[in-house]
Write a protein that binds this ligand. Structure first.
Ligand code: 0PR
Length: 387
C-alpha cells in the first residue's frame, strides 16, 4: 500500500475510537499527553532502557528524574524506575515484599478492599495470598479489621493514596504505626494520587502525610500517564533506599551494553516515554502542575455542587481529589443509570461492589462537558424515577 492510502485508511478506521476532547470520556484515569511531550517522544522512541548500557545517558536521565519525583514525594536520594504503568509497579512492589521475607512459606499481603486489581494479578502470579480489609460505611478503611488481618505470614501491606473508585487517601500514618515493630514491607499505591496530592498540598489543602515522610513507607507507585500528563504507557516505582533492591534483580549477562540486573516484568522497555516525561516535568514545573490540578479540582467542586442539587442521586463521598462517586439516594443499583449514560455516549466507570458510578475529572474534562453531563443526569434520574 502507499503511505498516503495507509494514513487515510487509519484515519477512517480509528475515527471509531473515542477521543479525550469529545468530552464523553469521564471515567478514565488517562488523558491526552502534553503536546510537547509527544514531540519529544517521537524524537526518542527508539531508545531501549531494557539494555541500559547502550543508552547510558537515557538511564542517567531516568535516575535524575526518579530523584526529582522522589523529592516531590518528600524523600531524599530516592531511587526507582519507570514502568509500563501502575500495575507493573505494584507487582514489582509485591515481589519485593515477598523477597524481603524468604522464610515465610505461605506469604500474605494485606490490602484495603479498595485496592486496585493489580495486587490480585501479582498475587496470582506469585502465589501470594491477598487479604482484603473491609471499608467502613463512608468507604474509608476499617483500620481495626486491617490490623486483625496481619499475622506471622504477612510479608507486606498496601496503603492507597488515591483509590481507584473514589480518590480517597488511606490513613497511612496509622497503618505505619500498626507495623512499626514488625518486619513488614509497606507499599503505598499513589498511581493516581502521586501527581495530584503534592500539588494539592502546595495549593493549601490539608492532606495527612502519605509519602516518604512516613518513615515506614518502603516504596511508592506514582504514574506519569495518569495526572502527570505523560505518554501512555508510563508508570513510576519509587523506593526509599537501595538496600531494598539488593536481592531482587535478575542478572542478564549477555546484554549488548553489558550485564545488567532487571527489576521489571518486561525486558525491552521504552526510554522515549521517560525522556518525554523529563521534558514534560521541566516544561510544566511545579507551577504548571499546580494550575492543572487546581483546574481539575475547580471542575470537581462544580460537578459535586450540581450533583448535590439533583434529587435522587448523591455523592458517595466528599471528594479529596478529582474523582467523584455518584450513587442513588435510595440505595437502588446504579446499573440502569450507567446503561442510560452509555446510550448517550458518556463513558463512566461502574463500581458494582460499592454501587457507584465514578467520574474522573481529568485535564481534558471542561466545565461545558460537565454541564452537558448534568443535563443528561437530571433527565436520566427523572426517567428512571429515582427521585
Ligand atoms: N493503582 C491505582 C490506584 C489505579 O487506579 C490504577 C489504575 C492502577 C494502580 C494500575 O495502573 P495501570 O492501569 O497504569 O496499570 N487505574 C485505572 C482504573 O483501573 C486505570 C484506567 C485508566 C482505567 C484509563 C480506564 C482508563 O480509561 O480504573
Amino acid at each position: 500500500m502507499k503511505k498516503e492510502d495507509i494514513l487515510n485508511f487509519l484515519d477512517k478506521k480509528l475515527d471509531g475510537d473515542y477521543a479525550y476532547d469529545m468530552g464523553y470520556i469521564l471515567g478514565s484515569m488517562c488523558t491526552e499527553p502534553l503536546d510537547f511531550g509527544k514531540e519529544v517522544y517521537t524524537k526518542y522512541l527508539h531508545k531501549n532502557l531494557g539494555d541500559p548500557g547502550l543508552f547510558k545517558a537515557t538511564a542517567d536521565l531516568e535516575n535524575e528524574l526518579i530523584a526529582d519525583i522522589g523529592e516531590l514525594l518528600n524523600g531524599k536520594n530516592i531511587i526507582g524506575t519507570f514502568t509500563t504503568g501502575g500495575s507493573e509497579a505494584n507487582i514489582v512492589a509485591m515481589r519485593l515484599a515477598r523477597k524481603s521475607r524468604p522464610e515465610i512459606k505461605d506469604p500474605e499481603i494485606v490490602v484495603p478492599a479498595s485496592a486496585h486489581m493489580s495486587f490480585e494479578k501479582g498475587a496470582d502470579l506469585m502465589g501470594v495470598k491477598v487479604r482484603k480489609a473491609n471499608l467502613k460505611e463512608d468507604f474509608e478503611l476499617n483500620l481495626e479489621h486491617f490490623e486483625s488481618l496481619i499475622n506471622k505470614n504477612t510479608c507486606g501491606i498496601v496503603g492507597i493514596a488515591g483509590t481507584t473508585s473514589l480518590g480517597l487517601v488511606d490513613p497511612i500514618v496509622k497503618m505505619a504505626k500498626i507495623i512499626d515493630d514488625k518486619d513488614i514491607f509497606f507499599h503505598v499505591d499513589a498511581a493516581f494520587g502521586g501527581f495530584v496530592l503534592p500539588f494539592l498540598e502546595k495549593l493549601g489543602h490539608e492532606i495527612l502525610p502519605w509519602d516518604f515522610r512516613v518513615k515506614q513507607v518502603c516504596s511508592i507507585t506514582s504514574d506519569p500517564h495518569k495526572m502527570g500528563l505523560g505518554i501512555i504507557p508510563s508508570g513510576g516505582f519509587f523506593v526509599r533506599d537501595a538496600s531494598i533492591l539488593e536481592h531482587a534483580g535478575f542478572e542478564i549477562p549477555y546484554l549488548a551494553g553489558g550485564g545488567f540486573k532487571h527489576l521489571h516484568i518486561v525486558g525491552t522497555r521504552p526510554g522515549g516515554t521517560v525522556i518525554a516525561f523529563w521534558a514534560i516535568m521541566n516544561f510544566l514545573g511545579i507551577e504548571g502542575y499546580k494550575k492543572i490540578v487546581k483546574q481539575c479540582m475547580d471542575n470537581t467542586y462544580y460537578l459535586a455542587k450540581r450533583i448535590s442539587e439533583i434529587k435522587g442521586v448523591k455523592l458517595a463521598a466528599d471528594p479529596v481529589m478529582n474523582v467523584l462517586g455518584i450513587t442513588t439516594e435510595s440505595g437502588r443499583s446504579v446499573c440502569e443509570m450507567d446503561n442510560e449514560f452509555r446510550k448517550k455516549h458518556w463513558m463512566l466507570g461502574k463500581f458494582m461492589d460499592l454501587n457507584l458510578i465514578r467520574v474522573v475529572i481529568m485535564p481534558h474534562v471542561t466545565r461545558e462537558h460537565l454541564s452537558d453531563f448534568c443535563v443528561d443526569l437530571e433527565n436520566i434520574v427523572k426517567n428512571l424515577k429515582l427521585t
